[in-house]
Design a protein around this ligand. Structure first.
Ligand SMILES: [Fe+2]
Ligand SMILES: [Fe+2]
Length: 257
């Protein structure tokens, strides 16, 4: 499962091919000059930072967003690897579960590979969010919330220069958007939102986040999490068919308390 793909040489003279998940651990995949493939674990910080730095260099929009929000381009690869092995992996499992419970008609509208890739990549932009905001053990203030909310756009811009489909990129960009389009980033009236994919990823993202402990709250139970999301169905933020698929998946496969 690739977290991101790249075909350019980095300054350590190793070509970064992407990242994979093996038994819950994240590894970066490299090819050296002789064509030998090697896996480097999350501890290979230099190589990871070089990869993200290159993504920033390839797209000046990333630097412009950081400047606008007065964020120093500090690359937090520790957070990235934790997210890859934990939350992004969990979101992928739930998203695949929701997808498998949808009608064949709905499944024909979006590929399983797109859902898999987008859910594994959705929070990549957090690699550039300052850790004092990302890991604040309390409610974020208005300014911090604004900074946190650019992670979906940052992820989209970082990945734009990689070998990734438009469909996947859009899901990364809109993964905090809901059915009423009242989420973020703000949408222009003529903007097309791929609602089905966004609903699958965003619902899986919310459910997996609720099922994980956060610095500011405990991990919620399956029933508590489903009840919170049911409220969002009533508010028109989650489509009932997506919620139904989530309940079917969670009842059968989410065995944890
Ligand atoms: Fe996110
Ligand atoms: Fe997320």
């Amino acid at each position: 499962m690739f977290l991101f793909k790249s075909h350019k040489k980095d300054k350590y003279e190793m070509q970064l091919l992407g990242a994979v998940q093996i038994s819950g651990h994240s590894f970066f995949v490299y090819k050296n000059f002789d064509g030998e493939i090697s896996l480097k674990s999350g501890k290979e910080e230099k190589l990871q930072k070089a990869a993200v730095r290159r993504m920033i260099r390839l797209n000046p929009t990333v630097s412009r967003i950081l400047e606008r929000y007065r964020i120093k381009p500090c690359i937090d690869t520790k957070t990235l690897m934790e997210l890859a092995g934990g939350h992004m992996n969990d979101t992928c499992k739930v998203a695949m579960g929701i997808y498998s419970k949808l009608s064949a008609n709905l499944r024909s509208l979006i590929s399983e590979d797109t859902i898999k890739e987008a859910s594994m990549l959705h929070d990549l932009g957090k690699v550039l969010i300052p850790s004092k905001v990302l890991n604040k053990p309390a409610k974020l203030n208005k300014k911090e919330r604004a900074i946190m909310n650019i992670h979906s756009m940052l992820g989209y811009e970082l990945l734009k220069t990689q070998n990734i489909s438009e469909e996947t990129l859009d899901l990364v960009k809109y993964h905090h958007q809901n059915l009423k389009h009242s989420g973020y980033p703000m949408i222009k009236s003529d903007e097309h939102i791929p609602d089905l994919g966004v609903q699958i990823i965003s619902t899986a993202d919310k459910y997996s986040a609720l099922r994980e402990a956060r610095v500011y709250r405990r991990r919620l139970s399956k029933i508590e999490s489903l009840l919170i999301l049911y409220k969002e169905v009533l508010e028109g933020k989650i489509h009932k068919d997506i919620y139904k698929a989530l309940v079917e998946y969670a009842s059968k496969y989410d065995k944890a308390a």
